[in-house]
Design a binder for this molecule. Structure first.
Ligand code: CA
Length: 246
């Protein structure tokens, strides 16, 4: 498989630390965005532990299907963050979102917890693949809020589940067939709270290299106020392996 990738993170304009973290490994086909939370820089610790645990788990457990591997890796990360928090007073209550895309053969495997997001651009179709595990996201799904009401809801940041904070996770998992030319965007809410889906879609559809695309997304979030850390990982599928080769 041939890919192009660009990943950037920015502290934004209001925060003192950057608790977001991205991980990109083209060889493994592994792409992660984690948005940590917790005082005293604990958010940075949580996202770091979660990402490290995911990488380790995926390298060691190989017999299972990619979906099973990802599920196990996320459960391991959940335990690792929770245990670290229990072992250090300063880290109590820390947690993180995790949004993962694993590319294998001709498939993209998504596994996700929290309110970071993954978008997919296929031909000219732009779609959010991940559910937002936030109160507002749930109210939207249930039709309690309209999209307009959701945008201005004061409860926008309340998460329903997060790595390290929720003993029984309800992991969002999907897999999709990959097509040459597909683009994916993994990002934290520091982008999506500041920049509308319509704007993100317009930027992602531009036929320009990924680096300026990534820079434009971050810039737009900053211009809109940069209230939170901003992370964007964009990848583009340039060539797929034939179905027989592994
Ligand atoms: Ca955030």
């Amino acid at each position: 498989m041939k890919l192009q990738v660009c990943a950037k993170t920015d502290i934004g304009l209001r925060r003192k630390n950057n608790e977001d973290l991205f991980f990109v490994d083209e060889k493994m086909g592994l792409f992660i965005v984690a948005d940590g939370m917790g005082g005293h820089a604990a958010g940075e610790v949580a996202s770091q532990i979660a990402v490290e645990t995911i990488c380790q788990s995926l390298q060691t457990t190989d017999q299972n299907s990619p979906q099973e591997q990802l599920k196990q890796a996320i459960e391991n990360a959940n335990q690792a963050v929770e245990q670290a928090a229990r072992g250090n007073n300063k880290w109590q209550g820390m947690g993180t979102t995790l949004t993962i895309l694993l590319l294998k053969q001709q498939q993209g495997y998504l596994a996700h917890v929290g309110d970071s997001r993954i978008y997919h651009l296929h031909n000219s179709q732009f779609e959010q693949l991940s559910d937002d595990h936030s109160l507002v996201g749930e109210q939207l799904r249930q039709g309690i809020l309209t999209p307009e009401q959701a945008k201005i809801s004061s409860m926008g940041n309340i998460l329903l589940q997060a790595i390290g904070m929720t003993p029984q996770l309800n992991i969002c998992q999907k897999n999709i067939a990959l097509t040459v030319g597909d683009r994916f965007l993994l990002c934290s809410d520091g982008l999506t709270d500041m920049v509308s889906d319509q704007k993100i879609e317009k930027i992602l559809k531009q036929s320009v290299p990924l680096t300026p695309l990534c820079e434009t997304l971050i810039e737009q979030a900053i211009v809109a106020g940069g209230k939170d850390n901003i992370t964007a990982v964009i990848l583009q599928i340039d060539q797929l392996d034939s179905a027989e080769s592994k």
